[in-house]
Design a protein. Structure first.
Length: 261
């Protein structure tokens, strides 16, 4: 399996992007049971104001854990009209990072988050998407190509859509997506090559996968702190303002279309 470096998402990349929408409430720390290993998992829940029921998004972090500005990210999704749950796979396990190993509980944790959301009265359990970044994008693609028909415990909910920001598409090469999927990657990504994602998308049923490669963009194109480019553990990370803005517009449109808001 391909190994890769994952860097957390920066709030600066979100500034000025799609700020329209309803106000959101401050996020809330929550805990829920893990379907994989039994230990509790925690996450941060952001809600739109109002009674709902709302569609929802499970956010899946990188191999470095939650981004420092996870509250701003959750709030942005909430202003679009979704309950957002940013899953923290690491805190209750005492982990700092998983960049050089396979993190096996990731998919089970995502389904545990889905089950938790489905139990909430202000969530429409039939309108939930998984959205991941790098290692989290890998998890989102595994859900899209193998978990779309699996239910989340007794709640019976399934993920209706998946979106992956610069995922390692080679990890699911040859697999078929069974839920609508969005893949966003930079054409100059040295960590998660765009060619692998293009090949994956080409093999899917028409209309099942939307693949977007941003010309000239590198891995972490939404990470403003890396400016024009910086080497991290031998990998090039570079911010691309145009790609960052376009990617969040793509995500918003994709969620609206697939969750039928």
């Amino acid at each position: 399996m391909r190994r890769f470096v994952i860097i957390p998402l920066a709030a600066a990349a979100l500034l000025g992007l799609l700020s329209g929408g309803s106000p959101a409430q401050a996020d809330q720390l929550v805990k829920f049971a893990s379907a994989g290993q039994g230990e509790p998992i925690q996450g941060y829940l952001s809600r739109p104001k109002g009674e709902g029921p709302f569609p929802a998004v499970v956010l899946l972090h990188s191999c470095l854990g939650l981004p420092a500005e996870r509250g701003a990210i959750g709030e942005r999704i909430a202003t679009w009209g979704y309950v957002a749950l940013y899953v923290d796979d690491f805190a209750t396990r005492g982990l700092k990072e998983t960049c050089a190993v396979d993190f096996e509980p990731a998919v089970a944790d995502a389904f545990s988050a889905l089950a938790y959301l489905a139990s909430l009265p202000d969530v429409d359990a039939q309108r939930v998407a998984a959205v991941g970044f790098s290692q989290g994008g890998d998890t989102a693609l595994k859900i899209a190509t193998g978990g779309g028909t699996r239910s989340a415990g007794d709640q019976g909910a399934v993920f209706q859509a998946a979106a992956a920001f610069y995922p390692p598409c080679a990890n699911v090469a040859g697999a078929a997506a069974d839920i609508p999927t969005l893949i966003l990657v930079g054409s100059k990504d040295e960590v998660a090559p765009a060619a692998d994602c293009a090949e994956l998308a080409k093999r899917q049923q028409p209309g099942m996968v939307r693949f977007v490669a941003y010309p000239g963009a590198a891995h972490g194109f939404d990470l403003a702190e890396f400016g024009a480019g910086e080497k991290v553990m031998g990998m090039l990370l570079a911010y691309d303002r145009n790609a960052a803005q376009r990617s969040w517009k793509e995500l918003r449109a994709f969620l609206a279309a697939r969750l039928k808001r």
